[in-house]
Design a protein around this ligand. Structure first.
Ligand code: PEP
Ligand code: MN
Length: 337
């Protein structure tokens, strides 16, 4: 971190500021010019509150040299993280495909979809039991009964299950019964939830917030990691932009950006990114081409009657076709499917 002081700042003020930052455990290297003095801070600056420094009337500017995320940073962990979930790996050479309905609706529905996606090559089964709906009048999920049905589908197919947690009240059951705990876009900055998940032992699928920058997203991963749980899978699911044709705008550039900044695996959700079932295929292909470690795709056996997100859900047949079309793309970028 670099602090640029205003021209002609008194030595006495420079000394006071130096003592203040040294008190935070970092070293101060002053560079004194004829008019301007710059303080270089060396060491772990993560505990320094930038806005506190900017509030000092002698400070002209504060600049970051290093990123504020540490545990998620590739600099301190150059090897890519590979997460092992019940023997299935996320982040290695093999792409991870997570498929299933937006929400669990009935035993028949989840078991039929689970059988089909398993047979067509999915590695994980997704299904929402607790649904974060925009309207309080919309279907809110089967809740604990939905989790039970997901467990039954896992038992049947052997597919590990992925489901979204909404409340810290449900931590125990999710830690016990769910293989990958999903944090939805709307909860990406629910810091209390993130801190609690830091104490759990299950991998976390952390979706990007609706309007979150890449740095904010990685800082949310940092919240979980700083609590001790370093098994994070990032998920790009589209961001809010001025464009309204699609539900969101898939930020494909976030994938190489994450690969540059972090060692964490990152998957793409083309379903929520576009909100249109017919856009899932082209964007799934693009996601693999730009280096995503996998995909999260909404698959429903009867999209027209789905209780949630039918418009963006593909039928099992199309899911199978897409899987076949992804194989050559995966092989061109050195991945396996
Ligand atoms: C979901 O995965 O069904 C979901 C609600 O996603 P998001 O949090 O990305 O909107
Ligand atoms: Mn959904």
């Amino acid at each position: 971190m670099i602090i640029v002081l205003k021209p002609n700042t008194l030595q006495e003020e420079i000394d006071k500021l130096s003592i203040f930052v040294k008190g935070k455990g970092v070293e101060v290297c002053p560079i004194v010019g004829t008019e301007v003095c710059v303080l270089g801070l060396v060491g772990d600056t993560s505990k320094i509150d930038c806005s506190q420094l900017e509030a000092n009337r002698n400070v002209a500017r504060v600049m970051h040299v290093a990123e504020p995320f540490k545990k998620a940073n590739k600099i301190f962990h150059p090897e890519p993280t590979v997460i092992d979930v019940c023997g299935q790996k996320i982040g290695g050479d093999k792409l991870a495909i997570i498929a299933g309905p937006c929400s669990v609706e009935s035993e028949e529905q989840i078991c039929e979809i689970a059988d089909e996606v398993k047979q067509l090559g999915a590695h994980f089964l997704r299904g929402g039991a607790f649904k974060p709906r925009t309207s309080p009048y919309a279907f809110q999920g089967l809740k604990y009964d939905g989790l039970e049905l997901l467990m039954e589908a896992r038992q049947r197919t052997g597919l590990p299950i992925v489901s979204e947690i909404m409340s810290t009240n449900d931590l125990d059951i999710f830690e016990r019964e769910v293989d990958i705990i999903q944090v939805g876009a709307r909860n990406m900055q629910n810091f209390d939830l993130l801190k609690q998940l830091g104490k759990t032992s299950k991998p976390i699928l952390l979706k990007r917030g609706l309007s979150a920058t890449v740095e904010e997203w990685l800082m949310s991963a940092e919240y979980i990691m700083s609590g001790g749980n370093e098994q994070i899978i990032l998920c790009e699911r589209g961001i809010r932009t001025f464009e309204s044709y699609t539900r969101n705008t898939l930020d494909l550039s976030a994938i190489p950006a994450i690969k540059e900044l972090s060692h964490l695996p990152v998957v793409v959700d083309p379903s929520h990114a576009t909100g249109k079932y017919w856009m899932v295929e082209p964007l799934a292909k693009a996601a693999i081409a730009v280096g995503a470690d996998g995909l999260l795709i909404e698959v429903h056996n009867d999209p027209a009657n789905a209780l949630c997100d039918g418009q963006q859900s593909i039928k099992p047949k199309l899911f199978g076709d897409i899987m076949e079309k992804l194989r050559p793309i995966a092989s061109v970028v050195g991945r396996e499917l």
